[in-house]
Design a protein around this ligand. Structure first.
Ligand code: 13P
Length: 259
């Protein structure tokens, strides 16, 4: 039985003291969450203190990026070894802001996926079509091509530990999420692509696929109802502790219904 997933990406919205205060404010909600996988993604500099504060809370901590190499001449990068020493369990790979603003490519994303898996970190692998690809009806083709390249050589067992985060580029950081009814069949088609890549799969049902992009308390319930969605990945709206608490509550209820 898959656990429902609630991810919270803090991006670069919080200073270290603000991040610690936020961790303090949400720490108690982890223990209330039955049957969920909760993770938060602070900035690198806040990781140490937030990881310490949330240890044992039921809320896991991840990094927003990492180097593909373990060690060496990689100025400005952060190693998987440092993340593990801090008790980090998740790592976000390939967020659209990394791709668009910092030139990340599918080739480097593929390397980082491997490094994370080799070291037992849970990759939160982000991907999604941009506005032009959507307009031209290329969404499914573009995403399938990306999967083939990014997942090449990654085995079925390992791929099941990845959190696949479908985040349409045009739906991130705006007022409205993608329509829940539109997201569901796209995630369904991603399951078919995964089932093709992994013939032992039962129609891609083993894979954990979440939706992200302008999730808030208004659209949360409807998104949660979609059968192909295993969880939600929230940016801005999750930075208000009361909102976060309500999201945890709603998802816990949903997870209980599914059991
Ligand atoms: P928003 O929820 O602020 O649109 O951010 C989503 C996101 O990028 C999560 O990775």
């Amino acid at each position: 039985m898959k656990r429902m997933i609630l991810g919270s990406g803090w991006k670069m919205f919080l200073s270290d003291s603000e991040a610690l205060a936020h961790a303090e404010a949400i720490a108690a909600y982890g223990t209330e969450a039955q049957g969920l996988e909760l993770f938060v993604l602070p900035s690198f500099t806040a990781l140490h203190r937030v990881t310490e504060r949330l240890a044992g809370s039921g809320i896991r901590v991840g990094a927003q990026n990492m180097a593909w190499a373990e060690k060496g001449a990689f100025t400005g990068e952060v190693s998987v070894l440092s993340l593990k020493e801090m008790g980090v369990t998740h790592v976000e790979i390939g967020h659209t802001e990394r791709r668009e603003l910092f030139g990340e490519t599918v080739a480097t994303i593929a390397l980082k996926l491997r490094t994370a898996l080799q070291h037992g970190l849970t990759p939160v692998y982000c991907f999604g079509e941009n506005a032009a690809e959507k307009r031209n009806g290329q969404t499914e083709r573009v995403l399938a091509e990306e999967f083939r390249e990014a997942l090449h050589g990654i085995g079925f067992e390992e791929a099941q530990t990845i959190i696949f985060a479908y985040e349409p580029v045009w739906a991130i950081g705006v007022a409205q999420s993608a329509e829940p009814e539109e997201v569901n069949p796209i995630i369904g088609s991603l399951r078919s692509v995964l089932a093709e890549l992994y013939p032992s799969s039962k129609e891609g049902s083993e894979f954990r696929i979440v939706y992200g992009g302008s999730v808030n308390l208004d659209n949360f319930p409807k998104l949660l109802e979609q059968p192909h969605i295993d969880g939600l990945f929230v940016g801005r709206a999750s930075l208000v502790p009361e909102n976060y608490a309500e999201m945890v509550r709603q998802m816990t209820r949903k997870a209980a219904e599914q059991r």
